[in-house]
Structure formats: structure tokens, C-alpha cells
Design a protein around this ligand. Structure first.
Ligand SMILES: CCCCCC/C=C\CCCCCCCC(=O)NCCO
Length: 640
């Protein structure tokens, strides 16, 4: 037996280095059988030890039976005790959640009372809210407006948007004190003086919970202030609210047991996108002019597209990640990036300008010390821009296709050359992405959520993550036959992650080779930039995200490549877009769901994505600004 085990073990070691998935599954299966053999061996050994104590005429199997019984009893009672502990813990969590919800309600009511006491006229509110980013900045700099007035107006509007969408997790109480101080200290005006900024819940700010929507992190003490928050404050900005995120951050639904569900400002029964969904709902609803978010698979861009604002996902840690990435820590192959979200491109530009300063490079020496390159942003040479409306995974819905074609026409009218482009095999890309972000097979999420109330939209995935890998992989084939969706298959297959360091290194090499192939195609087409759909579809009803999760290939491609990508709202869904659904395919489960969820989507915002190579933030912003200017001109012409 010993010899057999040794030789099989050697064989397994050899098989393990192979990349063949089936062989790999077979290995896991054999290893499991071996664990069983170990238990049987153990029982046999114990049997031999105990046997001398039994009378010789007794049943020879009696001791083994008793031992099996004891093992079973210990196992069952262990399970029962664990279940009881879990139930008690869940009750405590529910109580805590309830208390927290009451606290949040009271805090918001208190701020509302405080603002009512100030008797700010509707006129003032409307006037300040109607100002563009540049106008607001100019009025604050000239002293026409005070920081406190602007803050109070945005607080009023933010509370109003929150009532419809539940986008605010915490009120930043020291905001008014900061504004008063800034107003007193007028000589020291930073470039963002008096600009209220909303902050995603994942940014650490001492005194405020930073949970990523997971109760597990609720009692984690927050000691260090996020680097970007520190720099923004130094530049005169005033963090005034913190905003909601999805449980785990790895989905684009914006819902968790602690803060509840955030709705879309255009239709609260639908999602605002995620994970920076609270930010997008607040900015899209008009309750904030500038905000901060994060993005590992689309979390800055999906919500900007779905809730109607704009965002920029910088590349390569261009902005500091310190103090926001504790949830994706250790994920080095695809890294979460921090970035701004705003009502207009000017907000993004000014934010980047004010963050790319010596203070940030000082606070975080890991950030490449590249200041904002004005010469690239203001450059006027004509560009070659690739475009696509279908990435080869899920076809973008008619409104998302139209949005890209409209931007294409705008850019052509500005003298740029637009050429058709098709990304390199997105299925290959998404398999690498899922394997990287779920490298541990989703184990850390399952562990963290074990002591939480799992959000209904995630239950199916978390359940799948708890299943043995061999079963998940086997089931992926069944799921593929039933759904006909390649993404569902890949989520189950690649979501198993890697089993060894060798596999992790292989994965890193495969990502490198995908990046090389993509860059070659980009260079062959002589591209400066690419435009493509903001996402595969517009906002879907809450709770249905996992039914259409394949849409993420439109955004996570640029995370895997580590390119710069920004999203700008360019249009709204029209009746003609909905009528055009007759040409949309319904071959797969997700395509059918997308079609179903599009019903009633008229009026929802639609964004377009603008992509540049790594460290091309200024170029991407330049193109976004050009398009936004033309859109504004066109809409004022329409109004005339
Ligand atoms: C743990 C549950 C995950 C289930 C959803 C699986 C479906 C798709 C996987 C990728 C989705 C990525 C969405 C965007 C995530 C993101 O960018 N988060 C930012 C984190 O800082």
C-alpha cells in the first residue's frame, strides 16, 4: 500500500505540471480518493491497536464499527455545533445591521434638520446646482461663493438623491467645520477650494467604517487616511459623504446587507452599476459634482455608463492605491485602480491635475511621479481611433451600439480617422481575468461571507464557490449545454483559480502573451485610441446581475491589459433603440435575459468607453472632452 501510494504520488506530481484541464480534474479526484484511503488506513490501524482489549470470541469488526460510529458522531456533532454557532452569529449580525440602519437614518435626519435651520432658498440651491464644474470652481476662487454655501447646497441635493436611491452610507460630519475653516483662511486657496467630493465606502477615512459591503470588515479599525483623500483635502476639496458598494465589490449590482440596495437615479428599481454604484447614483442624480471610486473589472466605468456620469480608470497605479485596496490585496496580476467620477469631463481633468502632484508622490512613493501632462491634454493633432460595437462575447444592445456610432461620427467631424477594430479573442482574455481575480477559487469570499447575510444577487455564485472544484468544472459543461453561454462556462471553470505556484506563474505568462498579441494588433492598426460600448447593456433590474454577468468583457478587457479607460454618458435609450431589439440575437440564456431586462429601459443613460494605452490618461481625457463639447453644442442647437 505504502509503495503504491508513493508511486501514484509521483505520477500525480508529473500530471500536475501538465496544463491539461481534464487530467487536472482527474488528479483532484484521485487525491480525494487518497484522503478517503488515509481515513480507512487510520481506522484499520486503530482497530489493530484496540483489538487486543476485546475478548477473542467477539465480533472482529466490532471495534472498527465503534470507531466509525465515534468518528461519525464527532463529525455530526461538530457540524451541528457549527450550524448553531452560525445561526447565533447571524442573529447578532442582523441585530448589528438593524442598529446601524437606525443610526444612519438618524444621522441623515439630523443633517436634514440642520440644513432646514439654515433656511437656504430654493433659488440659491438651483443656482449653485446649475453651475458647471469650471463655473463653480471660478465662483469659489473669486469669493462669489463660500465653501459653506456650496457644501450645504450639495448636502441638500445629496440627501434628496439618497431618498430615491439609498446611495449614501455615511455623512461626513466634519465637512461643515472644514468648509468654515477654509472660508476663514481665504488666502490659502487650493485649486479645489470648496469643491464638495463624495467618497466611495472603500476609501479609508478614520472614524468611518470601510467594509466593501462585508460585515466581516465592519469592526476593522481604520487608522490611516486614504492617500487620495489626503491630497484632495490639501487641494481644498471637502469630502462630504461616503457612498455605497456591492457586497464583495466583485459585481456590478450595488447591494449589501449592511447598507441595503442602491437604485439607479433614472429608475430606482434598476441597478446603478457597480462597484462604485453609490458614487454614480449620487453624481448621476445631481447630488455630487466630483467623486472617487475604484475599478478592477469595470467598477468606475460600468456605473458611469448605467447612472449617467463620467469616470476615468487610470492605468498602472497612476494614482495611489494606498488606503482603498485592502479588499483586493494580494491580487497582483490584475490590480484594482483608483480614479475619479464626475458630472462632467472637466471634473475628471481637474481632479487628475490636482492629484498628480508632489504631495501624492510623497505620500506614496510607489506611484510613478508623472505630473499631469498639459501638452498631451491640449494637443490638437489628428488621431487614428479604432472602434467596435461587438466584442465577440455578448453583442452590445442597440442603444449601446448607436452611442458608439454617434461618437464615431462626432470624432470624424473633428478630423480624426476612425477605423474598425476587433479585440483579440475576448474569451481567452476573460478566462485569464477570472482566473486572476478568483485565483484562490473564490475561497476568501466564501470565508468572509460565511459570517454575513449573503446578498440575494450573489447567493448562486457564493454557493458555486463553495462546491469542490472537480464538481464545478464538471458542472461547467452541463451549464454550457443548458445556457449556451461561454461566459457561464468560463466563470465556473476559471473561477476555480489556480492550484499551484507553477500554475500561477503560467497564468502570469499567459496574461503577458495576451497583452503582447493585443498590442501588436493595436500597433498594426496604427491606433492612438479606441472607442467601444460603455457596457453590453444599460441598467438592468436590481437583483438580476448574475443573469447577465457576461457583459463585463466590455470593461475587464482594459483591466487585464492595464490600459487607460474612461466612460462618458453620451445619450439615452430611445424607443427606436427598443424597436431595434428585433435584430438582437436570443440564442443564449444571457442574450434572452438582456432582451427581457431591456423592457421599460427607455430614457436610461448610455455611455461610451474611450481607451488609450497605459499612461495615456491625458490623451483619453482630451478625446472625451472633445466629444463632450460637441455633444453640448449639439444639444444646445436642438434646444434652439
Ligand atoms: C464574489 C462574487 C462575484 C460574482 C460575480 C461574478 C461575475 C463577474 C466577475 C467580474 C465582475 C467584475 C465587476 C466589477 C468589479 C470591480 O471592478 N470591482 C472594484 C474593486 O475595487
Amino acid at each position: 500500500m505504502q509503495r503504491l501510494r508513493w508511486s501514484k504520488g509521483q505520477q500525480l506530481g508529473q500530471l500536475h505540471t501538465s496544463n491539461n484541464l481534464l487530467l487536472h480534474d482527474y488528479n483532484s479526484y484521485i487525491l480525494r480518493c487518497y484522503s478517503f484511503i488515509h481515513i480507512r488506513d487510520f481506522i484499520c490501524k486503530m482497530d489493530r491497536l484496540i483489538r487486543p482489549f476485546w475478548k477473542p470470541d467477539e465480533d472482529r469488526n466490532r471495534s472498527a464499527k465503534i470507531l466509525c460510529g465515534v468518528v461519525a458522531a464527532v463529525y455530526i456533532s461538530n457540524q451541528v455545533v457549527r450550524k448553531i454557532i452560525n445561526i447565533v452569529q447571524k442573529q447578532q449580525i442582523k441585530k448589528k445591521i438593524q442598529e446601524k440602519r437606525e443610526e444612519r437614518k438618524l444621522s441623515k435626519a439630523k443633517l436634514e434638520e440642520h440644513l432646514k435651520g439654515k433656511e437656504i432658498s430654493t433659488n440659491t440651491v438651483e443656482r449653485i446646482l446649475s453651475l458647471s464644474f469650471k463655473e463653480l470652481q471660478a465662483d469659489l476662487q473669486s469669493g462669489k461663493l463660500s465653501a459653506v454655501d456650496v457644501l450645504n447646497v450639495y448636502q441638500i441635493k445629496a440627501l434628496e438623491v439618497d431618498k430615491r436611491t439609498n446611495c449614501i452610507t455615511e455623512i461626513v460630519w466634519e465637512a461643515e467645520e472644514t468648509a468654515l475653516q477654509l472660508d476663514l483662511d481665504r488666502k490659502k486657496k487650493g485649486p479645489l477650494y470648496g469643491i464638495p467630493v463624495s467618497i466611495k465606502e472603500t476609501y479609508t477615512m478614520p472614524g468611518y467604517p470601510c467594509t466593501g459591503g462585508m460585515m466581516f470588515y465592519f469592526d476593522d479599525p481604520v487608522t490611516e487616511e486614504n492617500v487620495l483623500v489626503q491630497v484632495l483635502k490639501k487641494q481644498g476639496a471637502i469630502p462630504f459623504v461616503r457612498t455605497n458598494v456591492p457586497q464583495t465589490l466583485m459585481t456590478f449590482e450595488c447591494s449589501n446587507s449592511l447598507y441595503g440596495t442602491t437604485g439607479n437615479p433614472y429608475d430606482p428599481t434598476r441597478i446603478p452599476g457597480g462597484s462604485s454604484g453609490g458614487e454614480a447614483a449620487l453624481i448621476g442624480g445631481g447630488g455630487s459634482i466630483l467623486g472617487m471610486g475604484g475599478d478592477i473589472g469595470g467598477s468606475l466605468r460600468i456605473p458611469a455608463h448605467m447612472a449617467g456620469c463620467c469616470s476615468l480608470k487610470p492605468s498602472g497605479g497612476r494614482l495611489s492605491r494606498r488606503g482603498q485596496n485592502k479588499f483586493n490585496k494580494g491580487e497582483t496580476l490584475v490590480q484594482s485602480q483608483t480614479g475619479p467620477m464626475a458630472a462632467e469631463v472637466d471634473g475628471l481633468v481637474n481632479c487628475m491635475r490636482c492629484l498628480l502632484v508632489p504631495e501624492m508622490f510623497d505620500f506614496d512613493p510607489a506611484v510613478p511621479p508623472i505630473p499631469f501632462r498639459e501638452e498631451i491634454f491640449t494637443g490638437n493633432h489628428k488621431l487614428t481611433i479604432g472602434f467596435y460595437i461587438d466584442d465577440g462575447n455578448l453583442k452590445a444592445v442597440p442603444a449601446c451600439q448607436r452611442a458608439v456610432l454617434e461618437v464615431k461620427a462626432i470624432l470624424e467631424s473633428q478630423g480624426h480617422t476612425l477605423v474598425p477594430f476587433k479585440p483579440v479573442d475576448v474569451h481567452r482574455m476573460v478566462a485569464l481575468f477570472l482566473k486572476s481575480v478568483f485565483a484562490d477559487g473564490g475561497k476568501s469570499y466564501v470565508n468572509v461571507l460565511e459570517k454575513d447575510i449573503v446578498n440575494p444577487s450573489l447567493r448562486r455564485i457564493i454557493f458555486a464557490f463553495g462546491l469542490p472544484h472537480w464538481f464545478r468544472k464538471l458542472f461547467s459543461y452541463v451549464a454550457k449545454i443548458i445556457t449556451k453561454d461561454q461566459f457561464t462556462y468560463l466563470l465556473l471553470q476559471s473561477g476555480c483559480g489556480v492550484e499551484s505556484v507553477t500554475e500561477y506563474w503560467d497564468l502570469a505568462m499567459n496574461i503577458e502573451s495576451y497583452r503582447t498579441d493585443f498590442l501588436k494588433k493595436w500597433r498594426d492598426n496604427k491606433l492612438d485610441a479606441v472607442i467601444c460600448p460603455g457596457f453590453a447593456f444599460t441598467a438592468v433590474p436590481s437583483g438580476r446581475v448574475t443573469d447577465v454577468s457576461g457583459g463585463v468583457t466590455y470593461t475587464n478587457l482594459y483591466n487585464l491589459l492595464d490600459y487607460t479607460a474612461g466612460t462618458l454618458k453620451v445619450t439615452n435609450v430611445t424607443q427606436a433603440d427598443l424597436d431595434n431589439f428585433q435584430h438582437y440575437p436570443s440564442n443564449t440564456w444571457m442574450e434572452k435575459n438582456i432582451k427581457k431586462f431591456a423592457e421599460g429601459s427607455k430614457g436610461l443613460p448610455v455611455g461610451v468607453q474611450f481607451v488609450g494605452l497605459s499612461y495615456q490618461e491625458e490623451l483619453v481625457l482630451r478625446i472625451m472632452k472633445e466629444v463632450e463639447t460637441c455633444l453640448h453644442k449639439n444639444s444646445s442647437k436642438e434646444k434652439l
